[in-house]
Design a protein around this ligand. Structure first.
Ligand code: KIV
Length: 273
């Protein structure tokens, strides 16, 4: 049996993600919205960076992802791209920029690609957005699908609870996943669905599934960087593993800085001209 040694310098492409699934190598993905964070994630070796519309929540402080605009996603996408050399960068098409009709959807995707230089877009939904996904794919723009808990539809769901527990919704999700694969999506995010269902979808598809709250059988995992870093302290769903407590580190550092300024300890003789 040969052991695969990951290539830490070769650019990650949509094609490479599919190859990773084929050889059973898990895909790591995190969100980023700015240059400095994206640079850190890229240099640490992350495979894929999602410029998520979760920027609406964690960057802008909105309660949902709905208010973020295409202009704002372009701004975040451009900033991230400047910090990335190796990771594949995917930018979310925001709410209202692709649901109207396929012409509008294509125009939104083209703007993202032309102005940010990212390599793919992500869109929420299945059969209901088929025409838009197909038109974008026809223009040569790679599309990542997103099924299960799709936060742009929060007002329809009325809750952020686990989706597709019922058979009818689970069957629709499986059909949508096959449809997205058939029309040419290169990967699908599965958000907050039962692990067994995600395992079935991952087994049946040849394109990779990237899970968030969808269990360990997915071909990759994605988390919102602010959640896993412990930047926003209040959010702790069951699926989240915290890798750091950055909010605590920042609070402590800011406290020491305030103290040093107040006491006149900062700046000292070496810290001035
Ligand atoms: O916007 C986002 O961060 C996302 C992830 C939760 C998958 O869509």
């Amino acid at each position: 049996m040969s052991i695969h040694i990951p290539d830490n310098t070769r650019k990650v492409t949509t094609r490479r993600l599919v190859e990773m699934k084929q050889r059973g190598e898990k895909i790591s993905m995190l969100t980023a919205y700015d240059y400095s964070s994206a640079k850190i994630l890229d240099e640490a070796g992350i495979d894929c960076i999602l410029v998520g519309d979760s920027a609406s929540n964690v960057m802008a402080g909105n309660a949902t992802t709905l208010p973020i605009t295409l202009d704002q996603m372009v701004y975040h996408g451009k900033s991230v791209m400047k910090g990335v050399k190796r990771a594949l960068v995917v930018v979310d098409l925001p709410f209202g920029s692709y649901q109207g009709n396929s012409k509008e959807a294509l125009a939104s995707a083209v703007r993202i690609m032309k102005e940010t230089h990212a390599e793919a877009v992500k869109m929420e939904g299945g059969a209901e957005i088929r025409e838009s996904v197909e038109r974008i794919l026809c223009a040569g723009i790679p599309v990542m699908g997103h099924l299960g808990l799709t936060p742009q539809s929060i007002n329809k769901f009325g809750t952020y609870n686990v989706r597709a527990r019922e058979e009818a919704e689970a069957e629709k999700l499986v059909q949508d996943a096959h449809l997205l694969e058939e029309i040419g999506c290169f990967a699908i995010v599965l958000e907050k669905i039962p692990a067994k269902l995600a395992e079935r979808v991952s087994r049946e598809l040849t394109i990779p599934t990237i899970g968030i709250g969808a269990g360990g059988a997915c071909d990759g995992q994605v988390l919102v960087m602010h959640d896993m870093m412990g930047i926003n302290r209040g959010f702790s769903p069951r699926f989240l593993r915290r890798y750091a407590n950055v909010a605590d580190i920042m609070t402590e550092a800011v406290g020491r800085y305030i103290e040093d300024v107040k006491t006149g300890d900062f700046p000292n003789a070496e810290e001035q001209y």
